[in-house]
Ligand binder design. Structure first.
Ligand SMILES: C[S@@+](CC[C@H](N)C(=O)[O-])C[C@H]1O[C@@H](n2cnc3c(N)ncnc32)[C@H](O)[C@@H]1O
Length: 135
């Protein structure tokens, strides 16, 4: 985790925050200017309450392997949309598994301009850079 001088928030579901806090502490101890904040985020839920648009201006959103066989893809898309300003850059690592989940890329592209930055064909993994489309 690179957090020298940056304010970083690591998120996960409420029941996983203990594990996340442990991992963040282990990986950042003595390596960070500012200790990353660990915070609850359930995709699509209480977004404005927990991450008000007026006070959150993220430069980057890092998302790795968040698209797989789970029933919250709509909520995930809503969350990306909520957290992004016009200038926010999303760096998103996608592992391609099943057709149904892979279609998320098309839906994502309706809201975001995206560019492929890296491709690891033997692993079915791509890294994308994305920004909100001008609406
Ligand atoms: C496959 S893991 C990837 C974890 C990590 N980003 C990585 O690449 O190692 C998917 C992550 O998404 C989280 N997740 C799944 N459903 C979620 C939801 N509805 N809201 C928030 N986080 C969720 C899981 O708890 C888990 O941490």
């Amino acid at each position: 985790m690179f957090c020298e001088g940056a304010r970083v928030i690591a998120t996960d579901l409420p029941n996983l925050l203990g594990n996340l806090q442990y991992n963040v502490s282990r990986n950042t101890k003595m390596k960070c200017k500012h200790q990353p904040e660990v915070k609850e985020l359930s995709w699509g839920i209480d977004l404005e309450k927990n991450f008000p648009r007026s006070s959150n201006h993220f430069d980057y959103i890092l998302a790795t392997d968040v698209v797989y066989s789970h029933p919250f893809l709509d909520e995930l898309l809503t969350t990306f949309d909520h957290l992004c300003k016009d200038t926010t850059i999303i760096l998103w690592v996608m592992k391609f598994r099943l057709d149904k989940e892979n279609k998320f890329v098309d839906r994502f592209q309706e809201l975001f301009e995206m560019e492929e930055i890296s491709n690891f064909p033997s692993l079915n993994i791509k890294l994308y850079k994305a920004m909100k489309k001008k609406r």
